[in-house]
Write a protein that binds this ligand. Structure first.
Ligand SMILES: C[S@@+](CC[C@H](N)C(=O)[O-])C[C@H]1O[C@@H](n2cnc3c(N)ncnc32)[C@H](O)[C@@H]1O
Length: 255
């Protein structure tokens, strides 16, 4: 399924928001939308909708799938600083590309992340960071193995794997079931994907589905185990009637 021989082959790309990302030869895909931009995409599709809903919480446990360049994790810390939030965050992030994480101390991150340099250095050395407010844990290895072993209960899931076309095993109904098992009753999930198969897989695991209209970019998806008031709700039963051939991704077709 995965092509480890190509894992270290990546190219640096400058996105339209002026931030850098990589192109993965293994997955034949960039780590971020080069049009939306790495930092802009992290903030608009993941961090802002998640914290818009969870801002008042004193403590949050976040599952960041997968760590990659760490933009979603670092943009979360940037958001906390910009909004002077005292929220304690525990970020748990699976990643099987150890070489990538270890290289992040020299990656060309945007100036917004300058204050994070000591944290980025520590993560690339130890795959772990902790202070009074923030704990970041990289779960090294396959997310399909590590996620079912998570003991914590998750408040927010950033679902930011490579696309279902190139990495379908991280978008199946069965993998979403593993996420639902470690979720709280009001967990929310953010993702750039608007695919019917992805939304169905979430819906079949009890998530309500919403459209998130982000600033200056294509809309994305917010899923929640509890009904949300301020988001545009999608009636998935109606979607199924209108699109009767749509199916969630399933492990058994892939493994
Ligand atoms: C699109 S990138 C994530 C980008 C990241 N969220 C960021 O903001 O920089 C997807 C990441 O998933 C990792 N990955 C793919 N399949 C995986 C798996 N089964 N288990 C763990 N990591 C995986 C890849 O190595 C890559 O770093």
């Amino acid at each position: 399924m995965y092509n480890q021989a190509l894992r270290s082959e990546k190219e640096l790309i400058l996105c339209e928001d002026g931030t850098h990302t990589l192109f993965s030869k293994e997955f034949n895909e960039p780590y971020h939308s080069t049009k939306d931009g790495a930092l802009h995409e992290s903030l608009e599709k993941h961090v802002k909708p998640a914290f818009g809903i969870k801002k008042k919480f004193e403590q949050l446990t976040i599952l960041d799938i997968c760590f990659g360049l760490g933009y979603n994790t670092f943009a979360t810390l940037y958001y906390l600083k910009e909004h002077s939030l005292k929220t304690k965050v525990h970020i748990i992030s699976p990643e099987f590309d150890e070489g990538l994480v270890r290289s992040l101390s020299t990656f060309s991150f945007p100036s917004e992340f300058d204050f994070l340099k000591p944290i980025i250095q520590t993560i690339s050395e130890n795959l772990f960071y902790e202070d009074e407010q923030v704990k970041i844990e990289i779960l090294l290895g396959d997310a399909r193995v590590s996620v079912p072993q998570i003991k914590e209960q998750i408040d927010i899931i950033y679902q930011d794997a490579f696309s279902p076309t190139h990495n379908p095993l991280l978008w199946t109904k069965e993998f979403f079931a593993e996420m639902a098992k470690i979720s709280k009753e009001d967990t929310i999930l953010t993702t750039y994907s608007t695919a019917a198969s992805v939304r169905l897989g979430l819906y079949e695991n009890g998530f309500y589905i919403f459209i998130h209209r982000a600033e200056l970019m294509r809309y994305s998806t917010v899923a929640s185990l509890k009904m949300l008031e301020r988001f545009e709700y999608i009636d998935m039963e109606l979607k199924k009637v209108r699109n009767p051939t749509a199916r969630s991704f399933r492990d058994k077709k892939l493994i």
